[in-house]
Design a protein around this ligand. Structure first.
Ligand SMILES: Nc1ncnc2c1ncn2[C@@H]1O[C@H](COP(=O)(O)OP(=O)(O)OP(=O)(O)O)[C@@H](O)[C@H]1O
Ligand SMILES: [Mg+2]
Length: 503
């Protein structure tokens, strides 16, 4: 018998058939990966299961341990033992960890919240997920990875039987990922079923007992994790063989466009502490410079301060095309010809209730407006071309960005910055959360920009991507560039060795 059966599930939104007749079965105590391209319907299926899309707004049947269920709220699904950790984090920032975990379920005596008990219990759950912070810490003080662990602690505290993780590791550091893997293995041993959504194939193969592939809102196949491989799953996802992953074309780097000298960045909170220590960098037109390093090495702080988007202190010399510049905010950076695609695209990149078109043109008003009047036709023309190039799956340019799938939202942010026609394009984890087919489109686009003389800095934690696409690689460790490698000589091993402090 299956712990969960979803039978013939269909779900429509205005103008979009997100799911058409999906069948999905999960055994008790297994980790079941759900794979598919951006917009395939993974998150939608899980929102149906977790009571976010309520019964009667979809067709088909859900059975838990063979018993038919209808969920009219998230609470209904939770009562049936289902908890979801969403692709977008959903904690209340101004509350403490404990308040978040027990929100709406606070332990009470005669109507009075028992804070001691609440924080005592919180501490126990935090211990389970290996998060060593005080239970009364405000969530606003936590990094994204730590917030993810709080979400997991919260799910566990509800005595979940079926735990859904929608791209849980997108923002975790390596050590946090290890903690999560440990937790999932332990849950499996305790008979909990996990549904795991991820675009990271190595993780899927490391964890999954079974893998189900969705494409265009339909179930393609369910396979045992042990008897399939990366290439098979990827071709089921995209509906064709995908032999080449990294389209390398020869680049001819030209003159220096960016020079950074003696550059330091201080920690946002720990004022005396430097996160970047006296680094130097040169970037030439027509080259892709990869920056590798472990998460937390300082790469994001480095590029966001260059872009005027860092809240802490920084100093050093920055020259663009030989001229010294002082970039104090994002407007300065855009005027100087820079664009930054951030790793935390959701928070820094998009206005969710605005449509696709306006989001894309936000950074590029000078292109579509004259005397501050927005030229609608121009907006549509540019928007349309990037929707096509990046294969953004959206009903129209007028669709609110918030209704796109997670990966497609990310593509909108990328489109937005490409449209600003930058000289220097900085991509921070550009393909995180993006499916394999779309990654390839982004790489092709990078190559085209290089042909046009743009210079690209790419930060990535995916070493095959860094090695596959960069002309030159700088390895950052603890706030310094510890090694420079030509792509010919770069291997995962020598990059890792440098990144972890070895030489
Ligand atoms: N609330 C909504 N309103 C309108 N359309 C929606 C809504 N939610 C999802 N969709 C559409 O349904 C389709 C499936 O989206 P879904 O979020 O399930 O994809 P996904 O497989 O999770 O993709 P990703 O890997 O990018 O997260 C997409 O075309 C999306 O735009
Ligand atoms: Mg999704």
């Amino acid at each position: 018998m299956f712990a969960l059966e979803m039978i013939d599930i269909s779900k429509e939104f205005p103008g979009v058939k997100a799911l058409s007749g999906v069948n999905f079965k999960v055994r008790q105590g297994e980790i079941h990966a759900l794979c598919g391209e951006n917009g395939a319907g993974k998150s939608t299926l899980m929102k149906v299961l977790s009571g976010l899309h309520t019964a009667r707004t979809y067709s088909g049947e859900i059975r838990i341990n063979g018993e038919k269920k209808e969920f009219y709220s998230i609470a209904d699904a939770e009562k049936a033992g289902i908890a979801i950790i969403h692709q977008e984090l959903a904690l209340v920032k101004d509350m403490t960890i404990g308040e978040n975990i027990f929100l709406g379920r606070e332990p009470k005596k005669r109507g009075v919240i028992q804070w001691d008990e609440l924080y005592h219990n919180t501490a126990i759950w935090l211990e389970r997920v290996g998060l060593r912070v005080s239970p009364d810490t405000s969530v606003s003080h936590l990094g994204i990875g730590q917030q993810q662990l709080v979400e997991i602690a919260k799910a566990l505290s509800k005595h979940t039987k079926i735990l859904i993780l929608d791209e849980p590791t997108a923002a975790l550091t390596e050590s946090e990922v290890e903690i999560l893997m440990g937790i999932l293995n332990q849950l499996r041993a305790n008979g909990v079923s996990c549904i795991y959504i991820s675009h990271k194939m190595p993780e899927v193969f490391r964890l999954a007992d079974s893998i189900t592939v969705l494409r265009d809102g339909q179930t393609i196949d369910t396979l045992p994790g042990s008897s399939t491989n990366d290439d098979q799953i990827v071709s089921l996802m995209v509906g064709r063989e995908l032999t080449e992953r990294y389209p390398r074309v020869p680049h001819q780097p030209k003159e220096t466009v960016l020079e950074v000298r003696n550059y330091s960045v201080w920690h946002k909170e720990k004022k005396g502490q430097k996160v970047i220590r006296n680094v130097h960098l040169t970037l030439r037109k027509g080259e892709i410079l990869g920056i590798a390093g472990l998460m937390g090495a300082g790469r994001t702080e480095f590029v966001s301060s260059l872009f005027g988007a860092y809240e802490g202190k920084f100093e050093g010399e920055v020259l663009i095309e030989g001229k010294q510049v002082h970039i104090r905010n994002i407007t300065d950076a855009v005027l100087a010809g820079m664009a930054l695609v951030t790793e935390d695209r959701k928070r820094q990149g998009l206005i969710l209730n605005m449509d696709v078109k306006s989001n894309m043109t936000m950074a590029n008003m000078h292109r579509v407006s004259r005397y501050s009047v927005i030229n609608e036709n121009e907006e549509i023309k540019w928007g349309q071309s990037y929707v096509q190039e990046l294969k953004i799956k959206t009903a129209s340019l007028e669709t609110p960005v918030g209704t796109l799938s997670g990966g497609n939202q990310q593509k909108v942010v990328i489109g937005k910055w490409l449209m600003s026609n930058p000289k220097i394009l900085i991509l921070d984890e550009p393909t995180r959360g993006i499916d394999v087919g779309a990654k390839f489109e982004i790489y092709n686009l990078m190559n085209r920009l290089i042909d046009q003389g743009v210079a690209i800095i790419m930060i990535s934690s995916e070493l095959p991507e860094i090695i596959g696409m960069s002309d030159r690689i700088l390895v950052m460790s603890e706030g310094q560039f510890v090694r420079e490698l030509d792509y010919h000589e770069a291997t995962q091993e020598n990059i890792m060795a440098s990144a972890t402090g070895g030489r």
